[in-house]
Design a protein. Structure first.
Length: 672
C-alpha cells in the first residue's frame, strides 16, 4: 500500500480469514436489484458486480436468493437450488474474479414476509406488513429447509462463489425462529431461547459440513431487532458464540426488522448511527465482525475500524452511487466519490414497486450495459443553461464524452434546488452531491459561467442547447395570498427567514413535509438524542432494544394541509413516507386533508375542512403548493434554427424530482 492510502490504513488493510484473505475491510452489502429475475438479467448483473470488483471492494454479497420455492419473497423471485442455477451464476462469479474480487451469494428465506399463499414460518403468525398468514412449519419441513440451505451453499461453491451469506436478520425466516414475537412453538424449535436459536445453529452446521472448511460463511445476525418481543443483548451474545462454534467465518450486523417502526437506513438517520451495536458484541467473539448502516464515506469506515468497533464495514447503497468508492479511497481522492445520500428513491423505492433498482445520484447503476457514455465527435459545442441537478448531470456527462460544454448559471453558485434541500434537517447529505458535481466540473473540463443569464444572442453558434432552468414556486389563487404573513418555500429556506410560533403550511407534498420538519426540528440534536427520540435502548436490555419514551413535542405549532382528502404527511417516498409522517406526529404537527383555502387576512388562514369553517391564527403561512417551470428561454428560442433540448424541472415541474432530473441529464448527454 502506498503512502497515499495512509489516511484510511485500517479500512484498506487486508483481512486474514485463515484459509483466504480479503484485500480490504470493505464489504458490499446485499441489495436486490430486480435484475435477478429479468430477461438477460445475469449479463447485466455480471457487469454491475464486475464494476464494483474493479473498483476495489473486498467482498461483494449478492442480493438474496431463496434456497427453495416456499422461501421466495414473491412467486417469481429468484431461487438458487439447482445445478442449472449454479451454471447460470458462473457468469457472475467469473466476471468478479476476472477483476480480482471475491463474491458471496446471499441465501434468504422470506418466511412470513413471503408475498404469496405458500408462506411458511416458525408459527402461523402473520406479520403486520404482510397480506398472507404463514403456515406453521412441520418438523419435516424444518429439516428439509435446513437441508435446502446446505444444498444451495454447496451449489454456490460449484458456481464459483467464494462464500455464502445466511440472512438471519431483518425479520426473515431465520430471525422469525429466533424471536418470541414470531415463534410460539412448544417443541424443540420453540419455547426457551436455546430451542429458538436451534434453527440457525443447525443451518450453519449443515452448511459447513457440506462446503468444507475453506469456504466463507457470513451470518447476518440481527443484533438489534427494534421490535417488541425481539432479542436482548444477552441473547444475541449467546447466539453469536454458538454461531462461531458452528463454523461461521464472519458475523455481519443486522439492524431492525422490516416491520420495525424505527428508521434505520434513511437519510434522516445519522451517519454510523448503529456502529455501537456491533461494538457491544466485539469482545464476545473472536471471528471478524462487520458494522453496517449509514456508512457512506471512507472516513466514517476508517473511524469505525480504527476505534475497534468492528473489523469490517458494510456499505450497500454507496456502491450504487459510486462503483469506484474503494479505489478513490486508495488513491486518497475521497472528494471524487459520488456519495450516497440515503434517499432510497431509486434503489429501495424501485425494488418495492417491482422496478429495477438504480441510484438518484448515479443513474448508470444497474444500467452499466445500457446507459453508456461513448466518445463523441470532436469539436461539437454544447450550451447547458442552468446548474441545478439536471444541468449539472448533463453538462458533466457530455464533457466526459469529449464534447465542449459551456454551463450557464445566472446565480453565483451551482446546485439549484439542492441548495434548498441540504438545509432541511436530515437532508444535509445533499451537500455531498453539490460537492461531487463541483469536482466533476473541474475534472471533465466544463466551462462554468456563473452569474451569467443566457440570451438567444449568446447561444448562437452552439451545436446543441440544453435548457435546464428548473422551477419556481407556484402561487395558489387564494384571496389574500399577497398578505405580509405569506412566504413561499424558496424564499423561506434560501433567506433563512425567522418565522413566528404558529405556522400554517399549504401543501403536503415532499416540500411541505420538509418545511414542517425543518420548523419543528429540536436544536443541536446529538446521536444519543436521536436514539432516545426513537425509543432505542443502547443497553439492549429490553427485548428488541426498545424502551418506553417520551415524545418530543415542538414548541412551535404547525399545521400541514392538502386539498386532497385522505392521508397527509407521507411525502413522495414509498419506503420513507412513514418516517416523515411519524416524525411530524411525534412533534405534535396537525395534519389536515380535504382542505379548502378560503382567504388569508390579519386573523390568519381561513379554511374549510369537512364542511366546517376554521381560522388558523397563524403568524406565518408558507406556500408549498407545487412548482411551475422556468422556461421563458424556450419560448424565445422557438423560432430559431438551433437544436434545443429541455430537461428536468424546465420540462416538467410536478413534484420536485431530482431522480428524474439527473437521469434526464445523463440520458440526453449520452445521445448528443
Amino acid at each position: 500500500m502506498d503512502a497515499m492510502a495512509d489516511a484510511y490504513s485500517n479500512l484498506l488493510a487486508p483481512l486474514d480469514l485463515g484459509f483466504t484473505s480479503l484485500r480490504n475491510r470493505v464489504l458490499m452489502g446485499s441489495m436486490h436489484t430486480g435484475l435477478e429475475e429479468s430477461k438477460d438479467g445475469f449479463k447485466k448483473l455480471s457487469a454491475f458486480y464486475a464494476a464494483r470488483a474493479r473498483g476495489g471492494v473486498g467482498l461483494i454479497v449478492t442480493g438474496g436468493f431463496s434456497p427453495n420455492f416456499r422461501g421466495r419473497l414473491h412467486p417469481f423471485s429468484a431461487e438458487f437450488s439447482s445445478s442449472r442455477a449454479a451454471r447460470a451464476h458462473k457468469t457472475i462469479t467469473k466476471a468478479v474474479h476476472d477483476e480480482g474480487g471475491k463474491i458471496a451469494l446471499q441465501l434468504l428465506h422470506a418466511g412470513r414476509y413471503a408475498m404469496h399463499p405458500f408462506a411458511v414460518s416458525a408459527s402461523g403468525v402473520r406479520s403486520p406488513i404482510s397480506r398472507f398468514t404463514p403456515s406453521e412449519m412441520s418438523e419435516r419441513q424444518i429439516k428439509k429447509t435446513i437441508n435446502a440451505f446446505a444444498k444451495s451453499s454447496e451449489l454456490a461453491r460449484e458456481a464459483g462463489y467464494d462464500g455464502v451469506e445466511l440472512m438471519g436478520s431483518e425479520g426473515y425466516l431465520i430471525n422469525q425462529f429466533i424471536c418470541a414475537r414470531s415463534n410460539s412453538r412448544y417443541d424443540q424449535w420453540g419455547g426457551s431461547y436455546e430451542n429458538r436459536m436451534r434453527f440457525p445453529i443447525e443451518i450453519v452446521k449443515a452448511v459447513r459440513e457440506r462446503v468444507g472448511r475453506d469456504f466463507i460463511i457470513v451470518f447476518r445476525l440481527s443484533m438489534l431487532d427494534l421490535v417488541e418481543q425481539g432479542s436482548t443483548h444477552e441473547e444475541v451474545v449467546l447466539l453469536a458464540k454458538e454461531l462461531e462454534k458452528a463454523g461461521v467465518t464472519i458475523l455481519n450486523t443486522g439492524i431492525g426488522w422490516h416491520e420495525a417502526r424505527v428508521p434505520t437506513i434513511a437519510t434522516q438517520v445519522p451517519r454510523a448511527a448503529f456502529s455501537w451495536v456491533t461494538e457491544k458484541l466485539k469482545s464476545e467473539v473472536s471471528i471478524p465482525l462487520v458494522s453496517c448502516n449509514r456508512i457512506n464515506t471512507p472516513q466514517v469506515g476508517e473511524d469505525i475500524i480504527a476505534s475497534g468497533q468492528a473489523d469490517m464495514v458494510s456499505m450497500a447503497r454507496p456502491f450504487l452511487a459510486d462503483p469506484d468508492f474503494v479505489l478513490k479511497a486508495e488513491q486518497d481522492k475521497a472528494d471524487d466519490i459520488n456519495t450516497c445520500i440515503a434517499c432510497n428513491q431509486a434503489c429501495l423505492d424501485h425494488v418495492f414497486k417491482g422496478k429495477r433498482a438504480s441510484c438518484l445520484v448515479n443513474p448508470q447503476a444497474c444500467y452499466e450495459t445500457e446507459l453508456v457514455l461513448t466518445a463523441a465527435e470532436k469539436g461539437r459545442k454544447v450550451a447547458v443553461i442552468g446548474a441545478g441537478p439536471a444541468g449539472l448531470a448533463c453538462a458533466t456527462a457530455a464533457a466526459e464524452r469529449g464534447l465542449e460544454v459551456d454551463l450557464y448559471e445566472q446565480r453565483d453558485h451551482i446546485g439549484g434546488q439542492f441548495n434548498l434541500a441540504m438545509q432541511i434537517p436530515g437532508k444535509e447529505e445533499f451537500k455531498e452531491t453539490v460537492r461531487y458535481f463541483s469536482r466533476r466540473i473541474e475534472q471533465t473540463g466544463v466551462n462554468l459561467k456563473l452569474s451569467t443569464a443566457a440570451t438567444p444572442e449568446l447561444l448562437e453558434g452552439y451545436d446543441e442547447i440544453v435548457i435546464a432552468t428548473g422551477v419556481q414556486p407556484r402561487i395558489p389563487a387564494i384571496p389574500g395570498a399577497e398578505h405580509p404573513k405569506v412566504i413561499d418555500y424558496q424564499t423561506l429556506i434560501r433567506d433563512q427567514v425567522a418565522l413566528g410560533n404558529k405556522v400554517a403550511v399549504i401543501g403536503a407534498g415532499g416540500i411541505g413535509i420538509d418545511v414542517a420538519t425543518m420548523l419543528t426540528e429540536p436544536e443541536n440534536q446529538t446521536l444519543d438524542g436521536w436514539l432516545q427520540d426513537w425509543g432505542i435502548d443502547k443497553s439492549i436490555e429490553h427485548a428488541g432494544g426498545l424502551f418506553p419514551h417520551e415524545e418530543y413535542i415542538s414548541q412551535r405549532q404547525v399545521w400541514v394541509m392538502q386539498r386532497k382528502p385522505g392521508k397527509v404527511g407521507k411525502g413522495p417516498g414509498k419506503t420513507t413516507g412513514w418516517i416523515h409522517k411519524k416524525t411530524l406526529e411525534k412533534r405534535g404537527v396537525e395534519l389536515l386533508g380535504g382542505v379548502s383555502y378560503d382567504k388569508i387576512d390579519d386573523q390568519g388562514l381561513h379554511i374549510t375542512v369537512e364542511g366546517q369553517s376554521r381560522v388558523l391564527d397563524a403568524d406565518h403561512i408558507v406556500l408549498c403548493a407545487g412548482q411551475t417551470s422556468v422556461n421563458t428561454l424556450v419560448e424565445k428560442l422557438a423560432d430559431s434554427n438551433l437544436s434545443v433540448h429541455v430537461i428536468g424541472g424546465a420540462e416538467l415541474a410536478g413534484e420536485l424530482d431530482a431522480k428524474r432530473a439527473i437521469r434526464n441529464g445523463v440520458e440526453l448527454a449520452a445521445r448528443l
